[in-house]
Design a protein around this ligand. Structure first.
Ligand SMILES: Nc1ncnc2c1ncn2[C@@H]1O[C@H](COP(=O)(O)OP(=O)(O)OP(=O)(O)O)[C@@H](O)[C@H]1O
Length: 470
């Protein structure tokens, strides 16, 4: 019998005894009350003893074994509980009569889940029974019952299987969220630092237009990172990785971050540095982020603190206010570096840090040195390889020979600098009832226009030089 059941029946025996005692107090004279009280006490002790003996014998002779998985341990939430819950909910719903509908991801539609208190499961031909038990104080636990014969199979392998399955379903169904930081004036007792919305960006590595080899390299790096728990533990380093995305506007930096989040099912924390007053606020914000997340600082060059100009500014500011004063009123490079590879990086596991910039040359070398930003990824102007991916995305045209105009476009792309965003915009015109031919012609026109512009700019530069030396 379960502990909860024992307490239940013991509780009702006690309630009866108390009721009896209250009645006796009203009816019997004082001298008799003491004798009756002693009698009731000894009766109660015998009852408890009998209960324990009965429990013992039930357990001794029952061929069934029970394991309890409480929802929370003394101080923390028991993660096995939610994994078991998810696993049981996911078991085939065909035979279940009670179902619960819930929305997981917009794209994944409505999910029907089993919603029953007792569930039978079969593992390698062995029957097991799960039951959710709610105690009188509201605490819940899952009770797993199985035959003693299967004890080693269930304890060594089945339980592990259930928890692993449950966890992987949780990861798969996790709704990715996009967080943005609130200014500290809106924080309430360490809460409300971040606001979030559901992240529904459809970008994927498949639709990302870039050199396929480079794409493959990034993909395998990300996958190795997300599977790297043991590796990072072994080498004694915090489980984090930094990516620096650089390139001209419209080349896909933000799109790549979305593709990363969708690939790994990580949340995105879009850190707006202008809303952060100083290093201490930065530290609070970063320690409030969860693991399995991508922390993004876009256009990092736009903050003078992290550029080469920092040194100039630091000197003049030191002259005027003194260093401490400055640190209190701004986020400094050292504050950020502290987070990236200092003690704060160890506060959270499995995090990716991404910086984006349009001007790599402006950044302070300390910020982007290898080891801090592990991978420097250049997103460049549209190449022919990238164009083919866009043509497949937008026009369903696949391969070099997909359309006779491809050859012309290839030549123009080799001579012209155009962002994938500009090419995509022309191809998108197809959505507005323009046919494939016209859409490709739009690309060609834009490319020719760009080419002419570039030519005339080069001419102007040449003339300037000529005047200087002439
Ligand atoms: N490499 C790419 N692959 C697919 N689509 C792209 C790519 N680059 C740009 N795009 C398209 O152009 C739009 C703008 O691109 P995105 O915002 O990712 O560029 P960015 O490099 O972050 O620009 P910025 O530096 O101005 O922030 C995207 O919504 C996407 O549709």
């Amino acid at each position: 019998m379960m502990m909860g059941d024992s307490f239940g029946s013991m509780g009702s025996s006690m309630a009866s005894l108390f009721f009896l005692w209250a009645t006796i107090q009203q009816i019997f004279p004082n001298h008799l009350k003491i004798t009756i009280k002693e009698f009731l006490l000894s009766l109660f002790q015998q009852l408890c003893f009998a209960q324990r003996v009965s429990d013992h014998f039930t357990n001794l002779f029952s061929p069934y074994v029970e394991i309890n998985f409480p929802e929370s341990d003394k101080y923390s939430f028991n993660q096995a509980f939610s994994a078991i819950e998810t696993y049981l909910e996911s078991k085939s719903t065909d035979k279940s009569k009670r179902l619960r509908g819930s929305q997981v991801k917009e794209s994944k539609g409505l999910v029907l889940k089993r919603n029953e208190a007792k569930v039978r499961d079969v593992y390698e031909g062995v029957n097991v029974w799960w039951e959710i038990v709610v105690e009188t104080d509201g605490n819940r636990y899952y009770k797993l019952t199985f035959h003693n014969r299967a004890r080693s199979l269930i304890t060594n392998s089945y339980v592990k299987h259930v928890v692993q399955e449950g966890k992987s379903i949780i990861v798969k169904n996790k709704q990715t969220r996009l967080f943005t930081n609130n200014p500290s004036s809106q924080w309430v007792f360490g809460q409300n630092m971040w606001r979030s919305i559901e992240f529904e960006h459809p970008a994927s590595f498949e639709t990302l237009a870039m050199d396929p080899k480079k794409k493959e390299e990034i993909l395998s790096d990300l996958i190795a990172f997300s599977n790297g728990k043991e590796y990072y533990k072994k080498i004694g380093k915090a489980w984090k990785r930094g990516y620096l995305l650089y390139g001209p506007p419209g080349t896909g930096k933000s799109t790549m971050i979305s593709a990363m989040a969708n690939l790994l099912n990580y949340n995105i924390y879009d850190l707006e540095l202008t809303a952060v007053k100083n290093n201490s606020e930065l530290k609070k914000l970063l320690t409030a982020t969860s693991s399995k997340s991508i922390i993004v600082i876009e256009d990092i060059d736009c903050s003078v603190e992290f550029t080469g100009n920092r040194i100039k500014k630091e000197n003049s500011s030191r002259e005027r206010y003194g260093k401490e004063d400055k640190d209190e009123n701004s986020v400094t490079l050292s504050g950020l570096l502290n987070f990236i590879d200092g003690i704060w990086s160890a506060c959270g596991q499995e995090r990716i840090v991404v910086f984006t910039t349009n001007h790599l040359e402006k950044l302070d070398p300390a910020l982007i040195r290898r080891g801090r930003m592990d991978m420097h990824i250049e997103l460049s102007y549209c190449t022919y390889e990238a164009f083919k991916i866009l043509a497949k995305n937008y026009l369903d045209l696949d391969g070099d020979e997909a359309h006779p105009l491809f050859r012309e476009i290839k030549t123009l792309l080799e001579e012209t600098m155009i962002s994938p965003a500009d090419v995509a915009e022309n191809l998108m015109a197809r959505n507005h009832q323009i046919n494939v031919e016209k859409s490709l012609r739009l690309v060609i026109n834009t490319l020719e226009e760009k080419k002419d512009n570039q030519k005339s700019q080069q001419e102007k530069k040449k003339q300037k030089k000529f005047k200087m030396f002439g």
